[in-house]
Design a protein around this ligand. Structure first.
Ligand SMILES: [Ca+2]
Length: 194
C-alpha cells in the first residue's frame, strides 16, 4: 500500500516537473510601453508628490524586492541654497545615463527602445541638483521642471537572479501648496513569460 502511494507521489512530481517550462525574458521594452507579452505596468493612483526631503523606494516588477530608491533634498536661505533629486539603483540594478555624463540620469523620449545598448550605470543617480550662493548658480541633470517631462522616461534595468528585466519610470512636476514637486506617474518592466 505504502509502495503504491510512493509511486503515485513520484508520478505526480514527475508530471509537475514536465509541465514547468523555463521562462523567457523579453530583451527590450519601449519607453512608455504599457502592454504586450511579458509587460508588467503599474499606474500609481493616487500620485504622490515627492516633497522635500523624502526617501521613497519602488518595486517595479512587484516581486517584493525594492529596486530603486528616490530621494529629494532641499535647503534654501536668502543668498544661498542647494538641493537634489536622485534615483539610486538598489541591489545589482542599473539606470540609463546619457553618453555625456555617467553620473546623471538620461531622459528617454516616449517609444524609444530600452535594451542592452543603452549607457547603463549603477552610479547614475542625479535627476537634478543645484546650488547657488552670492558667487553664482550651478545646475546638474536633465530632470528640471522646464524640460517637458511628460514625454520622457527614466530607463531602468533590473537584475533578478541573473535574469535582466528592462523598464521605465515616468515622472512630472505637480503644483501643491504653492510649490512644484516631482512625482512618479507610472512605471513598467518586462517579466518572465512561461
Ligand atoms: Ca522588484
Amino acid at each position: 500500500m505504502k509502495k503504491n502511494l510512493l509511486i503515485a507521489v513520484i508520478s505526480v512530481l514527475l508530471f509537475a516537473c514536465e509541465k514547468e517550462k523555463p521562462k523567457t525574458y523579453p530583451d527590450n521594452i519601449l519607453a512608455g510601453q504599457i502592454s504586450g507579452p511579458g509587460i508588467l505596468y503599474t499606474d500609481l493612483e493616487p500620485n504622490e508628490p515627492l516633497v522635500y526631503s523624502v526617501v521613497k523606494r519602488i518595486d517595479i516588477n512587484r516581486d517584493g524586492v525594492e529596486d530603486f530608491e528616490l530621494e529629494t533634498y532641499s535647503f534654501e536661505q536668502p543668498g544661498f541654497g542647494d538641493g537634489y533629486k536622485k534615483i539610486k539603483p538598489l541591489n545589482l540594478n542599473e539606470i540609463a545615463a546619457p553618453l555625456s555624463d555617467n553620473t546623471c540620469i538620461d531622459t528617454l523620449l516616449l517609444n524609444s527602445l530600452i535594451d542592452k545598448n543603452l549607457n547603463w550605470h549603477a552610479s547614475a543617480t542625479d535627476l537634478e541638483s543645484f546650488s547657488y550662493d552670492y558667487s553664482g548658480y550651478t545646475h546638474h541633470g536633465f530632470w528640471g521642471m522646464s524640460n517637458n517631462l511628460k514625454d520622457k522616461c527614466v530607463g531602468v534595468k533590473i537584475n533578478v537572479g541573473g535574469n535582466i528585466l528592462y523598464g521605465w519610470i515616468r515622472m512630472d512636476y505637480i503644483a501643491q501648496d504653492g510649490f512644484l514637486y516631482l512625482m512618479i506617474l507610472d512605471y513598467a518592466c518586462t517579466t518572465g513569460i512561461e
